[in-house]
Design a protein around this ligand. Structure first.
Ligand SMILES: [Zn+2]
Length: 79
């Protein structure tokens, strides 16, 4: 996994965050600065899961989102 840069950005309400794959192989995770601390943490984990799953190479957004939610659920259950 490449370097991951995290930025807090003011985004419209309803958006939690997003992540980008940079040309140099690093990643930028943007998190909505308007979220509370707990929500920001959750969003960060969610975006990390996209990076872990190499979701940038997939095209079906709904599938990607469902997949990430399922994987995060499984992590939580194991803990
Ligand atoms: Zn997502």
């Amino acid at each position: 996994m490449g370097d991951i840069f995290t930025r807090l950005v003011d985004m419209p309400c309803g958006i939690c965050g997003h992540c980008n794959c940079n040309p140099d192989g690093s990643y930028t995770v943007c998190i909505n600065a308007r979220l509370g601390y707990e929500e920001q943490k959750k969003t960060y984990l969610h975006e990390l899961e996209h990076i872990r799953g190499n979701d940038f190479e997939k095209y079906n957004v709904n599938e990607i989102e469902n997949d990430v939610r399922r994987r995060l659920c499984e992590h939580t259950k194991k803990r």
